[in-house]
Design a protein around this ligand. Structure first.
Ligand code: AMP
Length: 508
């Protein structure tokens, strides 16, 4: 027996090699990762954490948080990272729903979360993080220091749960996606091979680590490859620009790339030695892709995944990275495009809902057997809810979420098609198209547009797309905003737009 994911990730790790360079300049070696995670695992075991117990953590992005993730793996617990932006009320739901044994928080929230602990019976602990003052805070990190640096990892199989990640819940209640040891390991293996990560890579890590992108795609891939990371607490433009010359790869959400392009210091020289920029979590505009290449000579590699499935598709490392597409299925992953209702495959090139199967696909939603059953086909394919099409060369295009589908006058309208047309118009920086209740049509198409220049004329924009799109697809209104609402992963929050515009056509 082994501890499937941990053993897999540390396979061939060189203890003397650097794993992370912290903001203050301290370097953490692989040996230190190994030792510190063993020490923290002992604290977890003393807190009576048993294999399979959920350990919830809402902690800032520090290297100790990475040790905690690994410590959970080592003692067989299920790691449950939580967005640092969640309020106490939101947190109470996650703790209650998951039945977490332990909630680990930042010392400054300890007081505020006491009530959750009392109400749910979940023990409250703080993690603490390295700083110049040491750990004199009673935190788990302080208690872990000085312990033995060896433990025997608790046996775990491929199918045992390694983590539960709650979906971002931009529609409906957040659901806990159960991810097995092998879901995570198989995906890291596929990515290391595909993106050609090696020990000599240095990943610029500016993503949050409560999400699949920053935690699993970035950290697991680095661990498995034996490479190192420059571990920034968040995306700070100055810090990223300062550290790019020391890095070889970067993983980012599209807003990282648009923000870099908005800065004059970001040029060819700064990234001359970089070997790979990866983008995901939200669509990268084709324009951004093109501008990035013009500015830097690099073609961003866009990939596509989700909390429930880890990564599904990726543009090729060696072949053509095609703007506006998310590439091909990863090795071992199968995708198909189906009609939402019948589940039958659509014709080549047509739009439908993307379905996925493979070792990356999660085990279901925690405590939601009916929801789980509704989102899997009988042959094991998971219904992603992403509308997509596969072009004649096999590249997958994501054209929106099925929940974003607009039905106006009984006709199906895919917002992405309209957004692409709008984005090409003079004076339009970007756009988001939503369906808004309408007395005649059921839903009406409304375009929310961010202008790139003050002179943008909504009528000219509408006229510009007039001959590109059938009349029923053309927006009934253009709503001008300075900025689209986005969540921390860069996703446009269409639910926020829909709420704001809900009464636009109301007759009351
Ligand atoms: P999350 O579970 O928070 O990672 O969100 C997953 C969703 O993000 C997917 O279902 C897609 O709708 C979207 N997404 C992720 N990567 C991409 C991408 N490269 N292009 C378009 N949408 C993406």
């Amino acid at each position: 027996m082994t501890n499937h994911l941990f053993d897999g990730l540390f396979y061939e790790a060189d203890p003397t090699a650097p794993f992370a360079v912290l903001p203050q300049g301290r370097t953490i070696s692989y040996q230190e990762v190994f030792d510190s995670s063993a020490q923290l695992a002992q604290v977890l075991i003393e807190l009576n954490v048993k294999p399979g117990d959920r350990v919830a953590a809402q902690v800032p992005k520090t290297i100790e948080a990475v040790f905690l993730y690994l410590a959970c793996l080592r003692c067989g617990a299920t790691f449950l990272p939580l967005n640092t932006a969640y309020t106490a009320a939101e947190l109470a739901y996650f703790v209650e729903d998951s039945g977490a044994k332990l909630l680990i928080c930042n010392p400054e929230n300890e007081q505020a979360y006491q009530e959750i602990s009392t109400a749910t019976g979940c023990r409250l602990e703080t993690l603490g993080a390295s700083n110049d003052l040491g750990f004199a805070d009673g935190s788990m990190t302080e208690r872990a220091a000085g312990r033995a640096t060896q433990i025997v990892n608790v046996d775990r199989d491929a199918g045992d749960l390694a983590a539960i990640l709650y979906t971002s819940g931009t529609t409906g209640r957040s659901k806990g996606a159960m991810l097995s040891h092998d879901n995570l390991l198989s995906n890291a293996q596929a990515l290391v091979e595909l993106w050609q990560f090696t020990r000599s890579d240095v990943l610029l890590h500016a993503l949050p680590i409560f999400h699949t992108h920053g935690l699993f795609v970035a950290v697991n891939t680095s661990l498995l490859a034996g490479s190192s990371m420059i571990f920034l607490p968040s995306f700070n433009l100055d810090a990223v620009i300062e550290k790019l010359p020391d890095s070889s790869t970067m993983m980012g959400v599209p807003t990282f790339y648009t923000r870099l392009l908005g800065d004059d210091r970001f040029n060819r020289d700064l990234v001359a030695h970089m070997r790979l920029f990866v983008s995901g979590s939200a669509p990268l505009l084709a324009d951004t892709h093109v501008e990035f290449e013009q500015r830097t000579g690099h073609r961003v590699l866009e990939r596509y995944g989700m909390t429930e499935t880890n990564m599904n598709t990726s543009n090729p490392f060696d072949g053509e990275r095609r703007a506006g597409t998310v590439g091909f299925p990863l090795p071992g992953v199968r995708v198909r495009v189906c009609e939402a209702e019948s589940g039958s495959e659509v014709l080549q090139g047509e739009v439908g809902v993307l379905e996925v199967s493979g070792p990356n696909v999660f085990a279901g939603y925690w405590n939601m057997p009916e929801k789980t059953a509704a989102e899997f086909r009988s042959d094991g394919f998971f219904i992603t809810g992403d509308l997509s099409r596969i072009d004649e060369d096999g590249y997958v295009h994501i054209v929106g979420r099925s929940k974003d589908l607009i039905i106006s006058g009984g006709l199906n309208i895919y917002p992405k098609e309209i957004e692409l047309a709008l984005d090409e118009q003079d004076g339009v920086l970007e756009s988001a198209v939503v369906g808004v209740p309408h007395p005649d049509f059921g839903e009406a198409v409304v375009a929310v547009v961010v202008p790139s220049s003050a002179s943008m004329d909504p009528d000219a924009v509408l006229a510009g797309i007039g001959d590109q799109l059938a009349r029923f697809k053309q927006p009934k209104r253009i709503h001008v905003v300075e900025e689209l609402p986005r969540n921390t992963m860069g996703k446009v929050q269409k639910n926020v737009l829909r709420d704001e515009l809900n009464d636009l056509f109301s007759t009351n």
